[in-house]
Every structure is written in C-alpha cells, then in structure tokens.
Design a protein around this ligand. Structure first.
Ligand code: HEM
Length: 415
C-alpha cells in the first residue's frame, strides 16, 4: 500500500519538473507536508524523496542500482555505458577503488598545485580584459586536468576538449538538438580518449608512472584482463569532465564572495575558513538537482514496501536546503560548518552515504580543495572586479549559472 506516501496532484509531473527546475521537489514536499510523494515523470511512475533519512536509504545498503536511473539524454552525456556508476557489487567496488586511489589526498594536493599555476597564468593571459569567469574557469580547469592526468599537452586539442567537456555538463538536462549536439561532442571526446588509451598501451607516449592516464590504461577488470578500450576511455572522461565541472563552483564561490564580502578577510587568512566557505557554496548553490535510482532489493520505508524495479528520485537540492538539518537554510553562512558533525547524508551535492561502498562521488575532496583554493586566492588577491550585470541565478535552467555567466574585469599586468 501507499499508506505513508501521498500522491502528487498532477497526472504527470514531467512538465512541472521542467517548469520549476531546482524547486520542483521543495514546492511539492511543502504543499503535501511530506518528505516523499509518488507521481509520474514523463509517464514513468516515480517516488520523489528528500532529507537525510531518504538519502541514507538511497545511498546505503545496496538497495538501488543506476540501471534506468536517469533518462538516456542525461546518462549518455554524464556517464555512459560500462562506467563505474553503472556497476554494482564486487565489480563496482573494484572499479571504485581505482578512482579512490587516483584521488587520494597527495594526488588531490598535486591537482590543486597545478590548478594554482594555471590560474596564475590565466590572470596574466587575460590581464586588462573582460571575460566570463565561467569560460576562464573551464579553460583553466581543462589545462589543469589534462596535466594532472599525465596527458602530454601535444596529444590533445585542449581548447576543443574544454568545449566538449563543458558541453556534456551544460547540456545534460536539455532535450532535442542541443542535447544531440553535445552527444556528438561527447562521441568526439570519447574517440580521442580511446586513441589516447591505445597509444599509452602501445608505449607510444612518454607518460609518468602513477598518473591517472597510465592507471586507467593499465587497469584490469575483476577477471584480470585489461579494461576494454571503450570503457577505459569512458573512465578517463569520468576524471576529466567532472574536474572541469568544478568551474561552476568556482563561479559560485566568486559570486558568494561578491555578495557576502564580509567573509573575504577570514577566507583569505585561514585555510579552514576557506574550506567552510567552499562547503557552504556546495550546500547553498544549485548544481545536480536530483539523482535517480532503481530499486534492486526490496525494502520497507514510510510504511510501504519498495519493490525491485521501482524508480526513486532523491532530491539533492532539497536535501541541501532541508530545514530539519540546516537552520535558516536559505542563508549563506559558512559558520554553520564550524563544529559540524559531518553527517554524510545532509550535505549531499555530490551524493550521500559512504564513498567506498556506495555511489557517492570520489571527487568530493578534490572539489572542495579546488574551490577552497580558488576562493582563498580571490579573497586575498582581488584579481578581478565585477562590472554591472545580471548576477541572478535562475533556478529553472539546469544546471544553473549566473545569467551573464559572471563577467569579470581582470586587473592589469603587475596589479
Ligand atoms: C559520482 C556530483 C566532481 C567523479 C557523483 C555523484 C554526484 C556527483 C551527485 C553521485 C552519482 C550517483 O549517485 O550515482 C559531482 C559534482 C561535482 C563532482 C556536483 C563538482 C563539480 C567530481 C570530480 C570527480 C568526480 C572532481 C573526479 C575527478 C565522479 C565519479 C562518480 C561520481 C567517477 C561515480 C561514482 C560511483 O558510481 O561510485 N558525482 N561530482 N566527480 N563522481 Fe562526481
């Protein structure tokens, strides 16, 4: 029975989701006075849930798989066939270990150092010009990601790759021609990643040991054979693409400093304050709206039995703004992370639960480190000014960005 879980008023909430964007769940949870409701999304029955308890059920205990978890238009741009996200059980654990080892703390520190140097170079390159900070962040992070992966610069077209990787994220929630165009760019990026993996395997490129590209090229499957080249290429993109996606948090970090300048002094002076600021940016600003999952093992929750095959959609945005976990959730307040208990199911912009055993993002520490480093440098060095423009962040367009893509005027040389 559905005793504990009310039904949404609409016959199908697909159009409502497109109309309301990030606030889709919040509006309905509030109206129905519930943390779960059933509906249809584009014809498919779904239960939409939010909050720490729902996040725990969704991410812990192997209850869900990612099979048919998201529309193919999203899936093909973000993860694709054979990736770690599509695996479960022992095969998932084996592949996830590779990601966690590639993203261990020393490696994250290395990525942050490379990013630092690239950002310095970008401020010099763009001195005295007005640019979209989003575009500059994409370019900077692509260069950093390529170098950190150990890919020789001459082996890829960095500009083209930057545009392709950014389009995969920007177009993930769009339909029709814009989505197809981004899928064509993804296929191009996959083809070049495949040829790169093949060249590494043939020893044609000089690649340092312990680099992600070597690790992925030489990684074996649970059965001991090399990963199929298509899968290795997909996993290489699974490192490059999300590093470039951190560009959104860099823009949001700059946006937050611009609107809340009182925090700048503390962020500039104190690494821990910069990390708290980065976490509040990740909590407060919109990125992944929801995550879908398909029940693979029956379980009971809210007086109802969830059967294998059922589709559940966890609202990440609503969970990050849940008043049961966060006081005054709409307020931007990095101090809420002073003495925070670290509950893995309340701050969930990159998934919930445990990273090693579930699908939580293995790139979270890298994301926090890059964002904290960036806001600290912006706060300390004031490398740009922010000319008048539309700084509003519409919550309908997913994924979100400030309307004018945060244009900044870089300081002159030697400033
Ligand atoms: C998984 C978001 C950065 C690599 C995830 C998931 C989310 C997410 C929500 C969970 C997907 C699920 O439940 O199935 C983000 C956001 C980022 C980010 C918002 C900020 C830009 C990164 C970075 C990396 C990365 C920097 C690697 C360098 C991955 C991988 C998975 C994943 C490989 C799949 C994990 C698995 O299925 O076990 N990410 N991520 N992400 N993320 Fe991230």
């Amino acid at each position: 029975s559905e005793a504990g879980i009310p039904r949404s008023g609409a016959l199908d909430d697909g159009p409502g989701f497109l109309l309301d964007g990030y606030t889709f769940g919040q509006r309905r949870f509030r109206k129905l006075g519930t943390d779960a409701f059933t509906t249809r999304l584009a014809g498919r029955p779904a239960t939409v849930v939010y909050g720490a308890d729902a996040a725990r059920i969704f991410y812990e205990g192997d209850r869900f798989s990612r099979e048919r978890a998201m529309p193919t238009s999203v899936q093909h741009l973000l993860q694709d066939e054979g990736s770690v996200q599509t695996l479960e059980g022992a095969a998932h654990h084996h592949r996830k270990t590779m990601f966690m080892q590639m993203l261990r703390p020393e490696a994250v520190a290395g990525l942050t150092r490379i990013f630092d140097a690239e950002w310095t170079a970008a401020t010099v390159r763009h001195a005295d010009t007005t640019r979209s900070l989003y575009d500059v962040a994409v370019e900077t992070l692509t260069r950093a990601a390529v170098a950190w992966c150990g890919i020789p610069e001459e082996a890829v077209d960095v500009r083209q790759l930057a545009g392709d990787l950014a389009a995969m994220v920007d177009r993930a929630a769009s339909f029709g021609p814009p989505n197809w165009a981004a899928r064509a760019r993804r296929r191009r990026a996959e083809a070049s990643a495949r040829s790169l993996i093949e060249r590494v395997r043939r020893g044609e490129l000089s690649i340092a040991d312990e680099t992600p590209v070597r690790r992925i090229a030489t990684e074996t499957d649970a059965d001991g054979g090399l990963l199929p080249v298509e899968v290795a290429a997909v996993e290489l993109l699974n490192v490059l693409r999300p590093i470039v996606a951190v560009s959104r948090y860099l823009v949001f970090g700059a946006h937050a400093l611009h609107h809340h300048p009182a925090w700048a002094r503390g962020v500039a002076a104190d690494d821990e304050a910069a990390v708290r600021f980065a976490n509040e940016v990740r909590r407060r600003y919109p990125f992944f709206p929801v995550m879908g999952g398909t029940v693979q093992r029956a379980f009971d929750w809210r007086s109802r039995t969830f059967q294998p095959g059922e589709w559940v959609v966890l609202d990440l945005y609503a969970t990050n703004h849940d008043a049961r976990a966060w006081s005054a959730p709409e307020r931007f307040n990095p101090d809420r992370f002073t003495g925070w208990n670290g509950d893995p199911n309340t701050l969930v912009p990159q998934g919930a639960g445990e990273v090693a055993t579930g699908h939580r993002c293995p790139g979270e520490a890298a994301t926090i480190a890059l964002t904290a480093e960036f806001v600290q440098r912006v706060a300390a060095e004031a490398p740009f000014t922010v000319p008048p423009q539309d700084l509003r962040i519409g919550l309908r367009r997913m994924p979100a960005l400030p309307r004018d893509r945060f244009r900044v005027r870089f300081a002159g040389p030697g400033a």
